[in-house]
Write a protein that binds this ligand. Sequence first.
Ligand code: ATP
Ligand code: MG
Length: 324
Amino acid sequence: QPVGISIRNLKVVYHTGQGDIPAVNGINLDIPAGQITGIIGESGSGKSTLAMALMNAVPHPGQIVSGSVVVDGIGDMLKIDKESRRQARGRHIGFVFQAAQNSLNPLRRIGHQVLDLGRSHNVKDLRALIRRAKDLLTRMGLNADRVLTSYQHELSGGMRQRVGIMFALVLDAQVVILDEPTTALDMISQAAVLQIVRQIHVERGLTTILITHDMGVVADLADNVVVMYGGELAEAGPTEQVLAHPAHPYTQGLIRAIPRITGELEQAVALPGSPPDAVTFFQPGCLFAARCPLRFAPCELTRPVYERLGPSRHVACFRVTQHD
Ligand code: ATP
Ligand code: MG
């Protein structure tokens, strides 16, 4: 039974010496069951914070200040008791957080850590668990026996990332959250590993959330795409539709920035300007206005509301939803 996630009014702030940073600022989003949803946006747009909030695992000095994250069959991740949440993490929701290279225990062999994970989730058949780990590692092009007897420092960055993906998948979770899972791999291995992720997604009927800042990865892999900007949602919808007809000028910019070769060489155009800073967050207008080629008067005055644009498509842009 595929599992969907319904996110309502989710707000996360980081309390810093310079003030509060609204890293996820009141997000409403449905993650459809059984599909791959790609989350994309520039560095600092809040992708990782959103991923951690879905697990109710935002680290200090971050704090989830409001909202709900209802996972089918589990309940609201932000309300359930500690033990249910612990069980949900790993067992029902597999995850690789960004820089997962650092989340391995340096003092224990990888194989022992697989067993630790199994025991902490009351897995009865630990042999079968190790078999699954080996199978996943082998499919991702690794020497499974060697990896399982290694310590993390004996593995390259790319190997550790694949080990991280194995940990996300080994307990047979129905939901898998992968935050930039292949950045340490070269382009060829990255494509190969992501194809394996896609295959496993299909075989198991998973609900997969894939965070990336590569629109090319989204185009190849994701059924749906969610575009984040400054802690808010700019646009979301089925990948094919969004790529063919991006509604938000920010999405249009991201698509123009995909390097591509089409008969003759076409130039990728980097998006000019930089993401919103701490001051912009608290100004009334659209967060993207300063960089937007299409801005007009309303954009400076109020924050565009994230509105339905069609079946399963949403956008937050006055150019689309309001006419002068
Ligand atoms: P990247 O593509 O670089 O991984 P991201 O989209 O995952 O970026 P986040 O890491 O979620 O973005 O960060 C969102 C915002 O929260 C940024 O403004 C960032 O500076 C801020 N932030 C993240 N972690 C912390 C922290 N530990 N303390 C203070 N601010 C933080
Ligand atoms: Mg991140």
